[in-house]
Design a protein around this ligand. Sequence first.
Ligand code: SAH
Length: 516
Amino acid sequence: MAKGKVYLVGAGPGDPKLITVRGLEALKRSDVVVFDRLAGPQLLNHAKPDAERIYVGKLPDRHTMKQEEINQLLVDLALQGKTVIRLKGGDPTVFGRVGEEAGLLQKYGIIYEIIPGITSAIAVPAYAGIPVTHRDMASSFSVITGHESPDKLDLSIYWDKVTNATGTLVFLMGVAKIAYISEQLIKHGRSPDTPVALVQWGTRAEQRTVVGTLADIDERVKAENLKPPAVIIVGDVVRQRETLSWIENKPLFGQRILITRARSQASELVAKIDDLGGETYEFPVIETKLPSSEEATKAIEEALGQAEAYDWVMLTSVNGVEYFFRWLDRYGVDIRRFHRAKFAAVGPKTAEALALRGIRADLLPESFRAESLLKSLEALIAPGQLALLPRGDLAREILPRELREHGVRTVEIDVYDTVLSAPRDLWLPEMLTNGEIHVITFTSSSTVVNLIEALRRLGVSDPVDALRNIEIACIGPVTAKTAEDQGLQVTIVPENYTIDGLVEALVERRRIAKGE
Ligand code: SAH
């Protein structure tokens, strides 16, 4: 059998977007992903759906896999002919033991690549507003491990050199030894007034920074109960933070927000939250697909076959538009055959999706609920007219019902099905319990129902209870009603039932919570 290949890849410091383009390509291409907790779980979404995922970090019932075992695992997988990615936090060559992994691969003649990553030693200070060098303050920096055995740390020659070698000193794995580190630095000539910062969980929603001086940092860290992982930065550059603290001042900083929308539709919401400094956690619980039953496809074929007969085509969602056009294509129906029909679009996004296909909607309801479409329709529709309603299988009944009451004949076709997707996510249940998800966003009733079911499938016995202390944000009153019927306590509903409205409401809620 041909030997496989191993990519030894730096995943960056935590924010899943801080991986390199090359690293991401390797991830997308691999058959097996070997990873631990410092490489954020969200990155795994980029792996092939059927890629094997092997977690080698700590689990409640298991210790971290030993380094020798990981080395051997990589070799074994490659010998089976697989393309393997070993994802490591930060950069693989900075305290990442990549030498040992590569060394064994080399011995077995297995091809490997080392793909660098953004090391926490630089990125974490940067996210706290601390550049590790500065024209006037530090022209060099060192990255030092704090996790040495005590006797090794005691080598005075080591401390002597380290203390005065460079302007900025960056310690990784040093939180537990902060008292000893500051003592040594003072002893070997650094002023007790030297500024020090510890940044915990940098680039993630949990990012927290404690600032002090060599003289008092130990006390402050204790008082703030700061725990690993954290990066320690020693030197005048720490002062830069007073003016350069950039992400911490963004309105949604510190919030990890669960996105339950279908992945194909989530990008706008994700980008907006991201812009505002929030961290999104994608857990899509719905996906849409073409209906496959013969009955459904036959109904669509027939409905499209009489394209010339319609006075109206009414679209109520972006998905509705997209799937409608897919079916036109499937049955070879030219859109110009609807030449008698006017087009109605519920909501600006639906209208936009239509406009992208060269159709300007004749009718745009003022608000975004089906009810207001009816209001604006009343003047335009006439009894006896024929309306085509391409929609999803979960569409609400109100629009066709009211149309019929006005004497309009309707043809409803389910152009897409909404189905449950239950992502395999090992972490989410634990993250919910640990308070690591701060807000959940629901953009339709089916996202509510499906999240509860998806959590059940992940082994959460009482999903509603698991969501008890989390802010629940719903795009509009209908979704909110579904959530409340399920027993959830809805805390955020925008005035404007759009993605923009939802994001504004998240910001507003956060502002109030922070007492601003
Ligand atoms: N190869 C990694 C470092 C591994 S050593 C890199 O290049 O970043 C692990 C140490 O890295 C932790 O103890 C901590 O000091 C630091 N670290 C990694 N990610 C971090 C993060 N998001 N926030 C704070 N410290 C981090």
